[in-house]
Design a protein around this ligand. Structure first.
Ligand code: PPS
Length: 561
């Protein structure tokens, strides 16, 4: 492994010419970097089938080494079929640059339901890791040793990116023998500074702030903003005690298994201690608000394996700000008469987007200023209104009427991505198979996310019959602005009776195949922002409802008369 690490700056390794190639997805790129720089030691390639099974059932490689997370390379059937063991697969970045080669040892079709159950403890696709695994992963895995050709190049925050070897050398040079790592995927506020101070003091160690800048959760604050915040907060630590380094990890949000994996990765980066809090790497169920794991399951699992990982866990207790004492204290040190102040993550976001005060006891002004730069008030953010519903349900009518109404309000750039318009201009070669429909919707999602990112308004009106694809589109857009899903829930009987284009008749006669609602499914949205049945509502009334919703969500603040 370490030989490969050092190749980062050396000449490329001679390697067998690839017989086949694969373009790596963002998750693979992150995994490849850590596989080839020693961050995932003892792994030196994507898992083969036996290792994969063993990781799922035992959290161990077949050698017996502790390893809780399957690091897999998923490929489509079109690539899996012609690929043979012993061949060389070229691993390329999205521009086609050859980053590494993989000597194919195993190609197999995994049971992804079983994988979800083993890794995430659930097959509920409301869990972001499960949704990715079950809905956005190719059906075949290919395993084998990886040989680095050229390490992925980063252009951002180069001074803060280190290989494990570089970090270890830095610790050695500075005489840091005990290093406690702090993992985060969020901006750091004063409470985080307090708890890291305490952790470092408790175990008499230096502190490494080691945030994840690879892939985190779709709604997380982007790493560019976060890293600028971390740099500000770093300046608030005593000099020479604390370091900041970025970890290009693709998180899975797998709670306890993920926490154990994080600990192993930190051990590989030369850390001796690792801070683990409540519900480490555990997402919330967006429907119920509950966590998927016990709040201290992660701490327990790491503790059980402490001897093997070689890294000591520093559990952190919840801390709160005690106003009367003007300091943060662990909850078990807070007396009944102490006056505690709290601001939740959701409340911080609300205050940022509404331009409200964030007090200095909560966060340093320079951090708040940084966050405000990327959180303009909602009324200035872009958003997408995504209509979904059966053919003839009234999506286009509503989208057109909404467009006109928004233009009347003025001041915003609006793009209409109606089903038919898109099929003509973006997707003219596509039909109505599941695969083609998904491609069509993802193209709409891509364009809408670009529009939203740049502060515009995108109005989309495809049928978009599948839940998983709609979820993927939401995930593409939400990090950049608003996503308002409107289910145009006009019943099939009404749509069929209207039959404006005569398509239902043709579908019933079997002339048109795979027709939504007749011979192809429509999966109803469970929790859309709004549901409108156009049998009950005239378009103008329905548009008023949408405008009120947009205003209520803050995207049109003060604009409708
Ligand atoms: S999808 O499923 O979201 O990709 O569909 P979309 O791009 O919105 O296109 C739907 C329009 O295409 C016409 N059409 C069909 N719809 C459904 N199923 C089949 N098989 C089909 N064939 C053609 C139909 O007019 C849809 O337009 P709307 O505006 O929804 O009525």
């Amino acid at each position: 492994m370490n030989e490969q690490t050092n190749q980062r700056t050396n000449a490329p390794t001679p390697t067998a010419a690839p017989t086949h190639d694969v373009d790596l997805a963002p998750r693979h790129l992150c995994d490849l970097e850590l596989l080839t720089n020693g961050g995932f030691a003892p792994l030196s390639g994507f898992l083969g089938e036996k290792d994969y099974e063993s990781v799922l059932t035992q959290m161990r490689l077949k050698t017996g080494a502790l390893w809780p997370m399957p690091i897999t390379l998923d490929i489509p059937e079109t690539l899996a079929k012609p690929l043979d063991n012993g061949e060389t697969l070229g691993l390329r970045d999205p521009e086609g640059v050859l980053l590494a080669t993989l000597k194919v040892e195993d190609i197999w079709q995994p049971d992804r339901q079983a994988e979800a159950e083993a890794v995430f403890g659930t097959t509920d696709t409301n869990h972001p890791g499960v949704a990715r695994l079950l809905e956005r992963t190719h059906p075949y895995y290919v395993g084998g040793e990886v040989t680095l050709v050229q390490a992925p190049i980063h252009y951002d925050f180069v001074h803060l990116r280190h290989t494990p070897e570089e970090l270890k050398a830095q610790f050695k040079k500075q005489g840091w023998e005990r290093v406690v790592a702090f993992q985060t995927r969020n901006p750091m506020h004063r409470v985080h500074q307090e708890l890291t101070f305490r952790a470092a003091r408790e175990v008499e160690a230096n502190l490494l702030i080691h945030p994840v800048v690879g892939r985190t959760q779709p709604n997380d604050i982007n790493h560019f903003t976060r890293v600028r915040c971390y740099e500000h907060i770093l300046a608030r630590y005593p000099e020479q005690t604390t370091a900041l380094s970025l970890l290009n990890l693709a998180m899975r949000m797998a709670g306890p298994r993920e926490a154990l994996w994080h600990a192993l990765i930190r051990a590989n980066h030369g850390c001796t201690h690792f801070i683990v809090g409540r519900d480490h790497a555990g997402p919330r169920n967006p429907r119920t608000g509950d966590g998927y794991y016990g709040p201290y399951d992660a701490q327990e699992l790491i503790q059980q394996h402490e001897k093997e990982t070689g890294i000591t866990m520093v559990p952190f207790r919840e801390m709160k700000y005690v106003e009367s004492k003007a300091q943060y204290l662990p909850v078990d040190e807070i007396g009944p008469d102490d006056q505690v102040r709290e601001i939740s993550g959701t409340e911080v976001r609300r205050r940022l987007t509404e331009g409200l005060d964030i007090p200095e006891w909560f966060s340093y002004p320079e951090v708040v200023k940084e966050l405000r730069r990327t959180h303009p008030p909602k009324a200035q953010q872009g958003f997408t209104v995504f209509f979904t519903g059966l053919s003839g349900s009234g999506k286009s009518t509503l989208a057109n009427a909404l467009q006109v109404k928004l233009m009347e309000l003025g001041g915003r750039q609006i793009t209409l991505l109606d089903g038919d318009i898109v099929r003509k201009n973006l997707s003219s070669e596509l039909g109505f198979s599941k695969e083609h429909r998904n491609l069509n919707i993802l193209r709409i999602g891509f364009v809408a996310s670009e529009i939203t990112k740049n502060g515009g308004i995108a109005l989309c009106a495809p049928i978009a019959p599948y839940t998983a694809t709609r979820r993927e589109v939401r995930d593409m857009i939400q990090p950049h602005g608003g996503f308002i899903e409107i289910h145009v829930s006009t019943p099939l009987e009404v749509c069929e009776q209207r039959d404006r284009k005569g398509l239902y008749r043709k579908a019933r006669e079997g002339i048109i195949k795979e027709f939504t609602g007749i011979s192809d499914p429509y999966e109803e949205p469970e929790t859309p922002e709004l549901r409108i049945d156009t049998t009950e509502y005239e378009a103008d009334k329905a548009v008023q409802q949408i405008l009120l919703k947009l205003e209520h969500l803050g995207y049109l603040a003060g604009e409708p008369q």
